[in-house]
Write a protein that binds this ligand. Structure first.
Ligand code: AMP
Ligand code: MG
Length: 273
């Protein structure tokens, strides 16, 4: 059995200091080997994730929520594709959060989010999330400061509610460097297979890089909790990032330790005619 990462490496403890600028987005710390060796370990973790997901579904009484956040071109889509490549498609649901519609905006900011929370037995991935309401909304002053400031407490209460009702929450920031974002946005321009993803607005957002980093840092510090921890995963290298997120999920599910239900009484030794 290869050594498994201690996912604690990336976890932000409550009341810990966090300086995103000081965290190396290109880090390979703790990786089980070079790119090829790490990918082999990731393949084993995928198989483990598939088994744990099957158990969680069969058990049918608890759920797992992965909140994925990151800058534009931060690797959210690629992470979802890679991490869940080996899992039963019926067992995972991805909820993607775009700018709110006018209908959604007419409600509180958690309204559309709560509706996507996982049901018993489910694994749900939030591709962006309620955190946008203290990130992009803060950076662009889409609501008054007093309103977005109040949202940290609402987010904490919301996540406490989900936790108390049986949802295990894991929150991951895919942390890339500004230079890596430049490379990836340029690749979207240069590679015909990626061009559809290029969005002019991403260039405007890039000008607000420092404001976003500050917003992320504050959001993470204010909402990381033992029952809803934030993990900051170095994201410049895809193979490291995939392995890290797989490690975090497998570790989380192993702690949950979902069990296949007991067989109903009276079926021992039954033969199907
Ligand atoms: P993409 O991830 O490229 O599909 O872009 C989704 C866009 O939706 C991003 O620019 C987000 O900032 C934006 N977005 C998501 N949630 C919200 C929100 N609550 N308020 C404003 N913009 C949002
Ligand atoms: Mg985009």
């Amino acid at each position: 059995m290869p050594k498994r990462a201690s996912s604690d490496r990336w976890r932000i403890a409550p009341r810990a200091k966090l300086d995103l600028a000081a965290l190396d987005a290109g880090s390979k710390a703790g990786a089980p080997g070079d790119k090829a060796a790490t990918r082999m370990v990731s393949a084993e973790l995928r198989a483990r994730l598939d088994d744990l997901q099957a158990r969680l579904y069969a058990e049918g009484s608890r759920s797992l929520l992965l909140v994925l956040q990151g800058m534009d071109a931060g690797g959210k889509d690629g992470t979802i594709r890679s991490v869940f490549a080996g899992v039963n498609p019926q067992g995972v649901r991805v909820a993607t959060f775009k700018p709110p519609t006018s209908h959604e905006l007419a409600h509180d900011f958690l309204w559309r989010v709560h509706a996507q929370a996982p049901a018993d037995g489910e694994v749900t991935v939030f591709n962006r999330s309620h955190y946008e309401d203290v990130l992009v909304v803060r950076v662009h002053n889409l609501v008054p400061e007093q309103v977005w400031r109040g949202r940290y407490a609402h987010i904490r209460a919301f996540e406490q509610l989900l936790h108390d009702e049986g949802t295990t929450i894991v929150k991951v920031l895919l942390h890339i460097s500004k230079e890596e974002q430049r490379r990836r946005l340029q690749a979207r321009l240069d590679d015909p297979r990626k061009r559809w993803k290029f969005d002019r607005a991403d260039l405007d957002e890039r000008l607000y890089w420092d404001d976003y980093q500050q917003a992320y840092q504050d959001a993470i510090i204010r909402t990381t909790a033992s029952h809803a921890p934030w993990y900051v995963v170095p994201g410049d290298r895809n193979w490291y990032r995939d392995w890290a997120v797989l490690s975090i999920l497998v570790k989380t599910l192993e702690r949950m330790d979902p069990q296949f239900p007991e067989a109903p009484a009276g079926i021992e030794g039954l033969i199907v005619p």
